[in-house]
Structures are given as C-alpha cells and as structure tokens.
Design a protein around this ligand. Structure first.
Ligand SMILES: [Cu+2]
Length: 172
C-alpha cells in the first residue's frame, strides 16, 4: 500500500514540477510571484525605493487576460493608506511627464499588458511612508469584471529598471 501511495504522490509531484518548468521555461530562479483572479493573471509586481521620504512609489507588473472578454484595471490599494493610480508616461518637447489614466487600463482577451518604466505604470500614492529596498508592500488591484485581487510588490533599490526578483537570477 505504502509503495503504491508514494508512487502516486511521486507521479503527481513530478507532473506539477514539469508543469511549472513548461510555463516558466525561461525563468532562471524559482517560480516568480504570480496572482490570479478570474481570467486575470498578474506576474511579478514590483516597485522601488523612492528617494527623500517621498510617500509614493511606482508599480510595475505584467497583467494577462486569459478570458474571452476585455477587462479593465480600475485602481486599487497599497500598504495601509495608499491607493493605486494608473499613469501613462508621455514625452513631448523633450520632457517626460505622467498623465493619470482616469478611465482605467483595458486588457483585451488574450493580451498581456506590461506596466514598466517609461510606459503605462501604476503609481502608488498617499503611502504612509516611502518603501525601502528589500521590503514588500501589500496591495490590491480592482478589475471591472474579475474583481479584487491581493498582491505583493517586491521593492527594489532606487533607480532600478528591472524587477528585483528577475535581477536576482542574473549573474554578470
Ligand atoms: Cu506615474
């Protein structure tokens, strides 16, 4: 009995490990932080230390819509007091500034939207204090159809342009 049981457990575990390897064949480290709600998959939320006690921080992540209908990221919360705004970086006349995207961020069926430096991104505002490198900020995302999902942002050093988890897997 015991042997059969371990064989079954072993097969199930092998299957699970194989599944992870297939989904994240390019990842060099353990499975990156991934969150799901309904048809929405959120990967590797991260932020970075804001200089000089600024009580806001950027928010970056990949959002994929695996469903058949478009969905929309409307906003969310961050840490104890903060909330999430969606911003678009716009460069004109050599200046880059950020515009709030009041209507939210549409994610079409089958589409992956990457919130990243210099592009559309989240801005975590009204934080009780600026985040420090190495910390984690808890937050929520609110989607029009999928609903509310809790996520965690890994905090990188000031000025970094890649997720702390991704950077940790590279040895130069
Ligand atoms: Cu911004």
């Amino acid at each position: 009995m015991k042997t059969i049981f371990s064989a079954v457990v072993g097969a199930v575990l092998l299957g699970a490990v194989a599944g992870i390897n297939i989904r994240h064949a390019s990842a060099q480290t353990a499975e990156p932080p991934t969150y799901r709600i309904g048809s929405i998959v959120i990967e590797v939320p991260w932020s970075r230390e804001a200089p000089g006690g600024v009580k806001r921080a950027v928010g970056y992540m990949r959002i994929t819509n695996t469903g058949q209908q478009a969905d929309r990221l409307l906003g969310g919360t961050a840490a104890e007091t903060g909330r999430l705004e969606i911003h678009q970086s716009v460069t004109s006349d050599g200046f880059t500034r950020m515009q709030a995207v009041a209507e939210g961020l549409v994610i079409d069926p089958g589409e992956t939207v990457e919130l990243k430096p210099g592009a559309v991104h989240a801005m975590l505002v009204d934080l009780h204090r600026g985040p420090k490198a190495g910390e984690i900020i808890k937050g929520t995302l609110v989607f029009e159809k999928a609903g509310i999902v809790e996520i965690e942002y890994q905090i990188g050093r000031a000025g970094v342009r890649n997720a702390p988890t991704a950077a940790a897997g590279h040895h130069h």
